[in-house]
Ligand binder design. Structure first.
Ligand SMILES: Cc1cc2nc3c(=O)[nH]c(=O)nc-3n(C[C@H](O)[C@H](O)[C@H](O)COP(=O)(O)O)c2cc1C
Length: 167
């Protein structure tokens, strides 16, 4: 099973989880790889905050984002002001040829507050994915993180993995 984990991470938390997922999926014999959404310039906290409230586009590095080669796509985003990072949301909205049509997709998010209260934010990215005709799984993983350490999560990571493997 070929699995693409596409994510954006400004300060490393979401990348940390993408790495854990990738490792655990490989342990289950899945052909998993990570695809990082990279901004052309590093985004500082203030810019992240402004981008969130003004919902501005951020120029991205021009890399191959064709996701059609994967059987399953996992999308990871930080939560910014109660929403998925606009960098992921606008990327998903605006990128032509993402190849998500008919793809089975899972979503995970990292945040600094209560992971059980982020369902609304996660729904927003799910809706964007559904517009690409992706088949978005109801199960989603949210983790409260501090400096790349998991403080709390809404479900066990292994259960999330199990859902992906059996998709
Ligand atoms: C501009 C901005 C807004 C944020 N807003 C929220 C928020 O509304 N709720 C929350 O729980 N965490 C919020 N956070 C914290 C991040 O979601 C959290 O630190 C996340 O794990 C960062 O992921 P990253 O290290 O992959 O960039 C915010 C962070 C930034 C930079």
């Amino acid at each position: 099973m070929r699995i693409g984990i596409v994510y954006y991470s400004r300060s490393g938390n979401t990348r940390e989880i993408a790495e854990i997922l990738c490792r655990k999926l490989r342990e289950r014999n899945a052909d998993a790889e990570m695809i990082e959404i990279k901004t052309a310039k590093k985004v500082g906290f203030l810019q992240a905050f402004l981008v969130s409230i003004q919902y501005r586009n951020v120029p991205l590095e021009n890399i191959d984002y064709d996701l059609s080669k994967y059987d399953v796509v996992v999308v990871g985003t930080p939560i910014w002001i109660g929403r998925p990072s606009p960098i992921v949301e606008t990327f998903m909205k605006n990128t032509e040829g993402l190849g998500l049509h008919g793809r089975r997709v899972f979503v995970f998010a990292t945040c600094s507050r209560n992971p059980d209260a982020q369902g609304g934010g996660v729904e927003l990215i799910k809706n964007v994915l559904k517009k690409h005709d992706a088949i978005v799984n109801d199960v989603f993983l949210v983790l409260k993180m501090r400096k790349r350490e998991i403080i709390k999560r809404n479900m066990e990571i292994d259960d999330f993995i199990e859902n992906i493997i059996s998709a």
